[in-house]
Design a protein around this ligand. Structure first.
Ligand code: AMP
Length: 329
């Protein structure tokens, strides 16, 4: 029998999940979970939340909320190992070993590092600098080859590949070079017309827990134009709305709107109302599953405990092997 390929992905426990997380990461996680060729491990990246300013009580709650979001969205503990990153301490040990083959200059030049330093100039921490090294450990500790993440994570995956190559060449380890597993929603745009949908930018996102009225309100605030022109806008509020239409209502609906824009004109109130409905239709079953899970705290505890145990078993083997190869065992 052919050995299964491993998959690892995670979402930081920094707040409610939004459509960007859902389309960019969770949809890919679900696709791979359903594929019998893959063994899937999905973690909540709770320790990664320490790389930017955070509140202890909120983190304690968020890490559990993301597990509930995973389960509500369809991740299945019978098919995937679902766990909290901080429960598998071997990730941090491996990250330290990996930091010995990683230069400071390389980390400082990553666009994600520069962005975060700009956002939080007083939290320019070693943990932030080391984020991609810990992410490499998260992936390589399971010898994962496929990583369903949004396109913003590409530079981090490049770091993981480089670390794998260096470790293999220097110490004779057998890490694969992991690659991104892309979904149609690999870049979900911001509702504000610029950049990506992100929980750290107010007004940019729609949360998975939003009801129809909230979705309508958030879309109502998205910037538009007169609705007519000789050329379709390639960036900005309208372009972003059309991307969301394509993602939730399909490319045919997008083309219809585009044709209207170039001829009789586009009515944004109607477009937004229909888009809100389509988004809500997709989120409704996730929200009802979530309500059921909130009433079953013992079940959620069980999923977390059993995920940690399974993940640790695999992680310990890798760390043991690496320690020996490094001359530490
Ligand atoms: P984060 O919230 O930064 O931990 O991101 C969790 C996952 O969601 C990662 O795989 C990201 O690439 C993905 N993600 C976050 N925002 C977006 C977005 N706007 N479009 C597509 N994927 C995203």
């Amino acid at each position: 029998m052919k050995a299964k390929k491993r998959v690892l992905s995670g979402i930081r426990a920094t707040g409610r999940l939004h459509l960007g997380n859902y389309l960019g990461a969770i949809k890919g996680m679900l696709a791979l979970q359903a594929d019998p060729d893959y063994e899937t491990l999905y973690m909540v990246a709770d320790a990664h939340a320490l790389t930017t300013p955070y509140n202890v009580a909120e983190l304690r709650q968020n890490r559990r909320e993301v597990i509930i979001d995973y389960l509500a969205a369809g991740l299945d503990p019978q098919k995937s190992i679902i766990f909290l990153q901080a429960d598998v301490i071997e990730h941090f040990e491996l990250a330290f070993y990996f930091s010995s083959v990683t230069t400071i200059a390389k980390m400082q030049h990553l666009p994600t590092f520069k962005d975060k330093v700009k956002q939080h100039p007083h939290h320019n921490s070693m943990a932030l600098l080391n984020y991609p090294v810990l992410m490499a450990a998260d992936i390589l500790i399971y010898h994962a080859t496929d990583v369903p993440v949004g396109v913003d994570q590409k530079p981090h995956l490049e770091v993981a590949r480089e670390i794998a190559r260096k470790m293999n060449a220097t110490y004779g380890t057998d890490f694969p070079e992991p690659k991104m597993f892309a979904t149609k929603g690999e870049h979900v745009p911001s509702l504000k017309g610029k950049g990506k949908m992100s929980k750290s930018v107010a007004g940019s996102y729609i949360n998975l827990t939003d009801d129809l009225a909230t979705i309508k309100k958030r879309l109502a605030d998205a910037p538009t134009d007169s609705g007519q022109g000789e050329k379709l806008p390639s960036s900005g509020g309208v372009a972003n709305l059309l991307t969301l239409v394509e993602l939730f209502q399909g490319s045919q609906q997008r083309q219809k709107y585009e044709a209207q824009y170039l001829s009789t004109g586009l009515r944004y109130d109607q477009l937004k109302a229909k888009l809100a409905q389509a988004i809500y239709q997709e989120l409704k079953p996730i929200q009802s599953k979530r309500a059921q899970l909130e009433a079953q705290p013992a079940y959620v505890d069980k999923v977390i405990a059993s995920g940690a145990q399974k993940a640790r078993q695999l992680a310990q083997q890798t760390v043991k092997d690496v320690k020996t190869k490094l001359g530490l065992g």
